[in-house]
Design a protein around this ligand. Structure first.
Ligand code: SF4
Length: 189
């Protein structure tokens, strides 16, 4: 765990700043976050969302209190964004099984990268079989969970983690307490 706390304890009423990012995942973890439903209004009194797929900001601001990463690390852009989040965020959460273990995206790891690319873009293409190289980030040889690229402070498993679990983890951290994520969720749930 990093030294930085997710709770700005000396900052009075200042809100906890939160960044979220979507790497190689299905967005289901972010959907589960939104499934907190009306409790989002309660959370909004305590947090400020400073970077997210639902916020039009290109980089997490330095000094962000809390970061959540959905998805595995599958390409160079994923790795860059994970490092960007680690640098910016005092406390970093791997959100969901793809981030925690690699999960579905890592199923390609049993094949060589070239075999995967050929299968996806050449063997199964009806028209113009070709490997895309422009405008897409290069795939990494193997898909990795987030903690193999950057240190992670808390793992919240689940596919996706239940909204109740996400809410309780955030609430506990905001209150300055350490949540027990395995009490709240489990792998593959
Ligand atoms: S953990 Fe499940 S819900 Fe979350 S991004 Fe991966 S596949 Fe989607």
């Amino acid at each position: 765990m990093t030294d930085a706390s997710p709770t700005p304890t000396d900052a009075g009423p200042k809100k906890v700043t939160v960044a979220t990012v979507w790497l190689d995942g299905c967005s289901g973890c972010h959907m589960s976050f939104l499934d907190i439903d009306e409790r989002l209004i309660d959370l909004a009194q305590h947090i400020e969302l400073v970077y997210s797929p639902i916020v039009d900001v290109k980089h997490p601001p330095a000094g962000t209190n809390l970061g959540l990463i959905e998805g595995a690390i599958s390409n160079e852009e994923d790795a860059h964004k994970a490092r960007m989040m680690r640098e910016a965020c005092g406390f970093l959460i791997s959100l969901g099984d793809c981030a925690v273990t690699g999960n579905v995206p890592s199923m390609r790891n049993v094949f060589e990268l070239g075999t995967v690319i050929d299968r996806a873009f050449r063997e199964t293409a009806d028209l113009q079989p070709q490997t895309p190289t422009v405008g897409v980030p290069p795939l990494l040889p193997k898909v990795m969970p987030v903690h193999e690229v950057v240190p992670v402070d808390l793992h919240l498993p689940g596919c996706p983690p239940p909204a109740d679990a996400i809410y309780e983890v955030l609430s506990e951290l905001i209150a300055g307490r350490t949540p027990d994520p395995l009490r709240l969720s489990r792998f593959g749930r």
